[in-house]
Ligand binder design. Structure first.
Ligand code: ATP
Ligand code: TZE
Ligand code: MG
Length: 311
């Protein structure tokens, strides 16, 4: 009898669904800040404890991270987030943003395969009131892309993470670099520190430059994170994946985006170092890095991350 009843109930729209505007859940509770020991001197040991506290918070809180990211990176970003304990959702349809984005702990926006169709979704998600993180892939590729990045930047991401060339182009607001190499960097991270600081100050966000050493700045303080292996550059979209991880860390504790970005970069690099012990090349490093991220324990993180506040 119930077999026949169900189609009938569906036709009668029973049970009734609430009106559209009541389907929205309230935004997630603001996570409890992990800002313990904030007054203490930020020694290497302090950073080790902080990195472990943040990774533990991601595992415990499983922050929901909406990712509007490029088509190349979707798989590695979703897998890195899941291995770290976060909950990724690759949604980019503008019709879904009013319902879905307010429920997220953080939003990740990446312009790697930008199109006119996706830009309105990026604007809407960045404006939804959730903490969000920008990856300005190949910012200097075209005038359209540079203008899109600058427009998104004006919507105040908590963190912008790019490679050295991307940060340099954004800081100069210029898409006409003679050394432009597409999604890859033609500069070292250390070369663009002043540009990163200037960009952080002018945009009011934390800026992270990845490379052999990652630098993270709010325009005043500069933090270095020196984990990672060069082979990570030979896996496409590792930069996109680490920006997604930064979004998860910000989602787990939005109170200190500078620390969240530094710890996410160091932890991702540490997973790369451990992964490299078993890898034979880029393809197996990709797999072992994700395994290592999943398996990190307290001892490995507290003794393995290399984070320092520059004088
Ligand atoms: N020479 C290196 N030594 C150690 N780690 C590195 C090196 N170069 C990059 N990394 C690490 O690799 C990751 C990706 O950084 P990278 O600067 O290559 O990003 P990206 O150019 O934006 O990458 P993609 O566009 O492919 O996503 C970061 O975690 C970074 O710390
Ligand atoms: C290869 C590539 N092209 C656009 S995005 C992307 C992934 C690395 O940034
Ligand atoms: Mg990149």
């Amino acid at each position: 009898c119930t077999r026949h009843l169900y189609p009938l109930l569906t036709l009668l729209r029973w049970p009734p669904t609430p009106p559209h505007n009541q389907v929205n859940l309230p935004p997630p509770n603001p996570p409890r800040s992990l800002a313990v020991g904030m007054g203490e001197e930020r020694t290497e040991a302090w950073w080790g404890r902080r990195a472990w506290a943040l990774l533990s918070a991601v595992r415990a809180r499983a922050p929901l991270v909406q990712c509007i990211t490029n088509l190349v990176s979707m798989d590695i970003a979703a897998n890195a987030l899941t291995a770290a304990g976060a909950s990724p959702a690759m949604l980019h349809c503008i019709r879904e943003i009013p319902d879905f984005t307010p429920r997220c702990h953080a939003v990740y926006i990446n312009v790697g395969t930008l199109s006119e169709d996706w830009l309105p979704s990026m604007r809407a998600a960045a404006s939804a009131g959730r903490p969000w993180v920008l990856d300005p892939v190949a910012a200097a590729a075209s005038q359209f892309r540079m203008e899109a990045c600058l427009e998104l930047l004006a919507l105040r991401p908590a963190v912008v993470r790019g490679n050295a060339s991307e940060i340099l182009a954004l800081a100069a607001r210029s898409d006409s670099s003679p050394t432009f190499k597409g999604v890859d960097s033609s500069h070292d991270s250390g070369e663009v520190l002043q540009a990163a600081k200037a960009l952080a100050r002018s945009s009011g966000t934390v800026v992270a430059v990845s490379g052999a050493v990652d630098f993270i700045t709010d325009g005043e303080q500069v933090i270095s994170a020196s984990n990672g292996v060069a082979m990570m550059q030979k896996i496409t979209a590792t930069g996109c994946a680490v920006t997604a991880l930064i979004a998860a860390f910000v989602g787990a504790d939005p109170s200190d985006a500078l620390a969240a970005a530094a710890c996410a970069l160091a932890i991702f690099g540490l997973a790369g170092e451990i992964g490299m012990e078993s890898a034979k090349g880029p393809a197996s490093l990709r797999m072992h890095l994700i395994d290592a991220l999943y398996g990190l324990d307290e001892q490995t993180v507290t003794s393995g991350v290399k984070i320092a506040l520059l004088p």
